[in-house]
Design a protein around this ligand. Structure first.
Ligand code: HEC
Length: 132
């Protein structure tokens, strides 16, 4: 019965749809939208990295480079374009409008809420899981 229900939910594309942070979906999004530059394992070694003027950072080191704190607010703002890396002469695409589908409140490392979308929150969950 449980399997049947899971099968029906999966067929409808609803499995996991309502969860706040879906790292698996985040990984899928990462591989289709980010890995070309950041690499399949988020280490900054994607196929495009060699032709970029500014090297994509190793995203497994976000926490390590931030004194052991996962920098949620900074990552959200760099993905959705609120902190536009492009204006620093960077090839980082602005994903804000692309991921502008709904509103999800995340708790920033400071404890303050920060609004983002489900895809960005899923990406954050995936990236949290690859921190070293
Ligand atoms: C066209 C190549 C490219 C793609 C595609 C790309 N990035 Fe980036 N990303 C970069 C580069 C280059 C930088 C460094 C920019 C800089 O430092 O100015 C960067 C920076 C970042 C940072 C900031 C890291 C820090 O230390 O603050 C994050 C987070 C990030 N990218 C996440 C993503 C995510 C998530 C995606 C997919 C939605 C993505 N990137 C897609 C090239 C890319």
């Amino acid at each position: 019965m449980k399997h049947l229900l899971a099968g029906i939910l999966a067929a409808l594309g609803l499995a996991g749809a309502a969860t706040a942070e879906d790292a698996q979906n985040g990984e899928a999004l990462f591989q289709s939208h980010c890995a070309v530059c950041h690499g399949l394992g988020a280490r900054g070694d994607g196929p495009m990295a060699t032709v970029l003027l500014i090297k994509p950072p190793d995203l497994t080191q976000l926490t390590a480079r931030n004194g052991g704190v996962y920098p949620i607010a900074r990552i959200v703002m760099r993905i959705d374009g609120r902190d536009p890396l492009v204006s620093h002469g960077s090839p980082m695409p602005v994903y804000g409008p692309f991921f502008d589908v709904d509103f999800v409140p995340l708790k920033a490392e400071t404890g303050q809420p920060i609004m983002t979308s489900t895809p960005v929150s899923d990406l954050l969950a995936y990236l949290r899981g690859v921190q070293e």
